[in-house]
Design a protein around this ligand. Structure first.
Ligand code: FAD
Length: 431
């Protein structure tokens, strides 16, 4: 019976709040414990100098169906909350690809054949590669690195640098030489192969705490649940008739516990449980990759030519104009994903490189009023081939794991986190 269930969710990021909202939608009592003062985890709003930022610029794809569904479930409005753009990749002055208004996957083939900055030979090779992947149903017999797959399909260096490398790093946050080709194909399958709108790029107009986790907390509380902030779990103790969650504020017994923290915290919380040693060693084996975001506040009249634009071989991989996206005029964000030489620079040096690139590429001569570098050194797991990610179900039946790093088709993304949370919620008997 639903009344006998008492579920704890440890961690109020996208995975945890997806679990909690899904349980609440089935009227199952749920208590969320979040150690930070705010919800959102690695996708959270940050206030700086009176300006609303995120801990990193995020982008969703139209195929992130469950994340978009949940945003609406808890009171959001996807068309209002995002700037929706049809698939387009612009590397300023070097490469440009835009999907026309055609059904998928024709929109991509035409976009590849019309791409600017590639020779005819390269465009045909890229289109042939996409057709070959479709013929393989986006499944590899043996996983390899993205670099190896591109080599097998004759994608030469220039084509890789302009098209596949930016896509791979944006999708997997892992360099091509280390990244799983199969996971990249999973993303291409879902975003490029089905409906045209699946490849749309959605840029948030509001911060990432508000977008889903905060609204989900309201939804959970309206359905009889509780969300505790600044209340981290210190330990998880299986008992004969449930599982205890111990926080500095006290101990509570639950029928089920879903651990939805980041992988490092999950490993620490589970390490004392001998039954979960296999799970813990899988988590310990995950390598991490960073993401750096440099926010720069320029005078209001400063703009980029597009809401989102890439640089070919720059420090800044992608630049976002928050004025065009969210009405925050003059606010620009430069995103630098995955490992690289930028990690050898101090935050000030990195910001100066970005400022110099904005000057040389777009003629932005004024000095920003302020800048803020946010370095997420453990932004995502390194998505390498054949990675053995821990399953959501553990050797302790009523203790489950949610999070972007748990087993699934997707790399570390919001949709991956949400899907893992939904899986956990649906594994609770009455959900
Ligand atoms: C800078 C950056 C940019 C990114 N860009 C994109 C993007 O464009 N698109 C995309 O799809 N994905 C992107 N990602 C990845 C995405 O943000 C993550 O995959 C997702 O947020 C992970 O959610 P999660 O719930 O699994 O984990 P987390 O967000 O890490 O949530 C875990 C939560 O647990 C809490 N916690 C920790 N310890 C405890 C404890 N002891 N007790 C209770 N609570 C605890 C944490 O405070 C946190 O709120 C980006 C990530 C970063 C860092």
């Amino acid at each position: 019976m639903a009344q006998e269930l008492k579920v704890a969710v440890i961690g109020g990021g996208y995975a945890g709040m997806a679990t909690a909202a899904e349980l609440a939608s089935h009227n199952i009592p749920v208590t969320v414990f979040e150690s930070a003062r705010q919800l959102g985890g690695r996708a959270r709003g940050v206030q700086y100098n009176g300006t609303q930022l995120d801990n990193g610029q995020h982008l969703l794809l139209g195929c992130y169906r469950e994340t978009l569904r949940l945003i609406e479930l808890v009171g959001g409005d996807v068309e209002r909350d995002f700037l929706r753009m049809p698939l387009q990749l612009d590397l300023h002055g070097h490469f440009s690809l835009r999907a026309p208004h055609l059904p998928a996957p024709l929109h991509l083939l035409v976009a590849l054949l019309a791409a600017q900055g590639l020779s005819w030979g390269e465009r045909i090779k890229a289109a042939r590669f996409m057709l070959a992947l479709r013929g393989m149903r986006f499944r590899l017999v043996h996983d390899v690195t993205v670099a190896e797959l591109l080599k097998q399909h004759g994608q030469d260096a220039d084509l890789s640098l302009k098209l596949w490398e930016p896509l791979c790093i944006a999708a997997l946050n892992t360099p091509m030489q280390k990244a799983s080709a199969q996971v990249l194909l999973n993303v291409l399958r879902d975003s490029l192969n089905r409906k045209r709108a699946d490849s749309d790029m959605l840029l948030p107009r509001i911060d990432f705490t508000t977008l889903l986790p905060q609204r989900a907390a309201g939804y959970v509380e309206r359905h009889g649940g509780k969300v505790h902030l600044s209340c981290g779990a210190e330990s998880i103790v299986p008992k004969d008739f449930g599982i205890e969650v111990i926080t500095p504020q006290g101990t509570q017994l639950f029928s089920h516990v879903i651990c939805a923290t980041s992988p490092t915290v999950a490993a620490d919380l589970l390490r004392s449980l001998p039954a979960l040693s296999e799970t813990v060693s899988r988590i310990d084996a995950l390598e991490q990759q960073p993401i750096y975001t440099v926010y720069l506040q320029y005078p209001a009249q400063v703009q980029l030519p597009h809401p989102m634009i890439g640089l070919h071989r720059g420090y800044s991989q992608w630049l976002f104009d928050k004025g065009r996206i969210a009405g925050q005029r003059g606010l620009l964000a430069a995103v630098i994903s995955a490992e690289g030489i930028h990690q050898e620079l101090s935050q000030d040096e990195l910001a100066q490189k970005v400022i110099a690139e904005l000057r040389s590429e777009f003629g932005i001569d004024t000095t920003p009023q302020w800048f803020k570098v946010i370095a997420e050194k453990r932004a995502t797991f390194c998505c390498s081939p054949d990675l053995q990610r821990p399953a959501q179900r553990t050797a302790i039946p009523n203790l489950l794991l949610a999070g972007d790093y748990t087993a699934g088709d997707y790399p570390a993304t919001l949709e991956g986190a949400v899907l893992s949370g939904l899986y956990c919620a649906k594994s609770i008997p009455e959900a």
